[in-house]
Design a protein around this ligand. Structure first.
Ligand code: ZN
Length: 343
């Protein structure tokens, strides 16, 4: 099959590789669409250490089943599917507690952090265990289904925040995940949504998605403006969707005493942590990792038109042009939201 292989850092090659071999509990999926994730772009240069070459990246995908292993039940050739980005063990202790996203020895599709290498969906075919498959409703396109993973990450973070209608929220970082957090907060009845980002286009995207106030932390004192907007107390809940020290600090500084900070971004392995502010203001710090079964809800939200997705797809391009699109995203040559590659 053809695949887009990360042969060395910053070097993607579209080439022939052997077809994946499926285990008895797996299906072979002919990939129809696979989105380029921010984590792929950050992994591409080696900075995150999670895409050690050679590896086929790609974990935001959809396709059609073309073969099933001997032990596969409930799935057949021709089924339109999307799948979890996390491949987890069914007999793991955490999985049995309903927390498969925290299970031991889980693997992420298209990731190779050194302890494993799991090829992903920037390829014509990918092998997927049956227990992480989700059926795509007939009216949802493969391209839209490739957006489900990003929205599910956002929904998981909002679910963990415990938001109640009427609460005020801040989202630091209005990239893809941040924008979907804003859309879901809007659906959840947030009274006020504040977005922070240094990119003009991200801020206007945030406003179109339901943010009431969109601020650039590079321009003036944003904390002052946030306090003014929230009755001088701060937002009830802040979400951090970048993963660097500056934005974590903004998320902490802009939340109300006793409030909740949900950390989603994790580009930096370590940051300077504002310990005294967190302790003396009794903040609740909540990490949010990947997804825990939110796929079905998101597919239904898309099917029923509750959440808009197509406006976030900037480009659908052939997989053979993958290197070119990674280049544009990495060097920020164009203002792009999601780029979807089609094998
Ligand atoms: Zn992703």
């Amino acid at each position: 099959m053809k695949a887009l292989v990360l042969e060395e850092y910053k070097k993607l090659v579209y080439k022939d590789v052997p077809d994946p071999v499926i285990a008895s509990n797996e299906v072979l999926v002919r990939v129809k669409a696979c989105g380029i994730c921010g984590s792929d772009v950050h992994g591409f240069d080696g900075s995150t250490g999670r895409r050690i070459p050679p590896v086929i990246m790609g974990h935001e995908a959809s396709g059609i089943i073309v073969r099933t292993g001997a032990d596969v039940r409930n799935w057949k050739e021709g089924d339109r599917v999307t799948f979890d980005s996390t491949v987890y063990q069914l007999d793991d202790w955490f999985t049995l507690q309903g927390k498969y996203n925290l299970s031991e020895n889980r693997e992420v599709l298209g990731v190779s952090p050194g302890t494993y290498r799991r090829n992903g969906a920037f390829a014509e075919y990918v092998a997927i265990p049956q227990h992480i498959l989700y059926r795509i409703p007939d009216s949802v396109s493969y391209e839209k289904a490739a957006m489900v993973e990003a929205i599910a990450v956002a929904l998981h973070a909002v679910n963990l925040s415990g938001i109640k209608p009427g609460q005020s929220c801040l989202v630091a970082g209005a990239g893809m995940i941040g924008v979907f957090i804003i859309r879901i907060l809007h659906l959840s009845g947030a009274s006020k949504i504040i977005a922070l980002d240094i990119s003009k286009s991200h801020l206007s995207n945030a406003e179109k998605s339901g943010a009431d106030l969109a601020l650039n932390p590079g321009e003036g004192n944003v904390i002052e403006k946030i306090m003014e907007f929230t009755g001088n107390r701060g937002a009830d809940i802040s979400f951090e969707a970048v993963g660097i020290g500056e934005t974590v600090n903004l998320a902490v500084d802009s939340v109300i005493k006793g409030g909740t900070v949900v950390l989603v971004g994790n580009v930096s392995p370590k940051i300077d942590f504002p310990l005294q502010k967190v302790v003396t203001r009794e903040l609740r710090i909540q990490g949010s990792c990947a997804i825990r079964g939110e796929y079905e809800a998101v597919l239904e939200m898309i099917e029923r038109g509750k959440i808009k997705v197509d406006d976030q797809i900037s480009k659908v391009a052939p997989l053979s042009e993958g290197a070119l699109w990674f280049d544009k995203l990495y060097y920020k040559k164009e203002d792009l939201n999601k780029v979807i590659l089609v094998p």
